[in-house]
Design a protein around this ligand. Structure first.
Ligand code: 13P
Ligand code: SF4
Length: 328
């Protein structure tokens, strides 16, 4: 018999996950891009900033992180005394992959008068080399607290960086990384879809390229898009981000119509994040049962990375004074 076939299934699997969650005093955190069945059983579903905040404040002994590795790493950096498990350790991120720490370090050293404002979608090593971390929901608030004359490196997402740069008329040196998921939306197909639904607004994540963002009525993080979906007038919304978030929209507003923006073949399936999709209910069960795979981070690296994350948490709530930005 294979290992898979020994696992509980259906309602038994749900009951077993619930039993283990109580037995281990675990909290299950899930990102909006997770499969709907994982979102439905999570203790908390949120965007990257909200999930970091939850990880920092929880009194659970175990955090089962249903998201990608940089998110689980962030939970461990902020809550080192907790056991943090990730259902599939291969759940990475193309943005993290685009930014090797040695190359990022060399880039920083080539621009010593710049601070590094860095998107949370990066490795712990890159966080340790950064001054302030941002998420898509906190980036605007944080950027506005940085003095006008302070030069900035923004990495690893050139589309989020470019969007911020255009919106705030602020020059920044951009690291050339992209999210493969948001990069896959097609402007041609989006225009065709809009012609079919001329009254439907478009909500887009800032990880999308300008060819998509320029058509959007609303640009924001996953939680921002979700709030927009709850408030827009009309009956149809076109959603240009990973389509699993539509589950929350359909739950909140079953009478409305949410359409995922299309990829080049007109089929939005190419916009499913392949990394997020690695997490399954079965793997969530085994990681709660075995408390493996577990996130471990060397202590001096963790402490260095925590500085730029703490800055984010402080600045996201507007409590840091201008000029207090260096991490090194
Ligand atoms: P937010 O949930 O912070 O908007 O981030 C989206 C994302 O790409 C997560 O990987
Ligand atoms: Fe990374 Fe993009 Fe997947 Fe988010 S959606 S985890 S940015 S690859």
């Amino acid at each position: 018999m294979s290992v898979e076939s020994k696992l509980p299934s259906g309602d038994d699997l749900l009951a077993e996950i619930d039993r283990l969650r109580k037995e281990k005093n675990a909290i299950i955190l899930a990102h909006y891009y997770q499969k709907s069945e994982i979102q439905d059983l999570a203790d908390y579903v949120g965007d990257s900033l909200q999930l970091s905040q939850k990880a920092a404040e929880t009194d659970a002994d175990v955090i089962a992180f249903c998201g990608v590795k940089f998110m689980a790493d962030t939970a461990k950096i902020l809550s080192p005394e907790k056991i943090v498990v990730l259902p599939d350790m291969d759940a990475g991120c193309s943005l993290e992959d685009s930014c090797p720490p040695d190359k990022f370090k060399a880039f920083r050293e080539a621009h010593p008068d710049h601070i590094a404002l860095t998107y949370i979608n990066c490795s712990t090593e890159v966080k340790a080399l950064s001054d302030v971390i941002v998420t898509s929901s906190s980036a605007e608030t944080i950027l506005q607290q940085i003095p006008e004359d302070q030069k900035i490196i923004f990495g690893p997402d050139r589309h989020l960086g470019g969007y911020l740069s255009r919106k705030f008329n602020r020059e920044m040196l951009l690291w050339p990384g992209v999210c493969i998921v948001h990069e896959a939306f097609s402007e041609t197909e989006l225009i065709k879809l809009k012609e079919e639904h001329p009254d439907a607004p478009i909500a887009a994540h800032p990880e999308c390229p300008p060819t998509i963002v320029d058509h959007a009525d609303f640009v924001g993080s996953t939680s921002g898009i979700l709030n927009f979906a709850k408030e827009f007038e009309g009956d149809t919304l076109i959603v240009a981000t990973e389509p699993h978030i539509i589950h929350q929209m359909e739950k909140a507003l079953p009478e409305k119509n949410f359409i995922g923006a299309p990829g080049a073949d007109g089929n939005c399936n190419c916009n499913i994040c392949p990394y997020m999709a690695l997490n399954t209910m079965e793997k969530l069960y085994t990681c709660l049962r075995d408390l493996e795979p577990r996130i471990e981070i060397e202590e001096s690296l963790r402490l260095q990375a925590k500085k730029s994350l703490d800055k984010m948490l402080e600045m996201a709530s507007g409590t840091v004074g201008k000029g207090d930005l260096g991490n090194r």
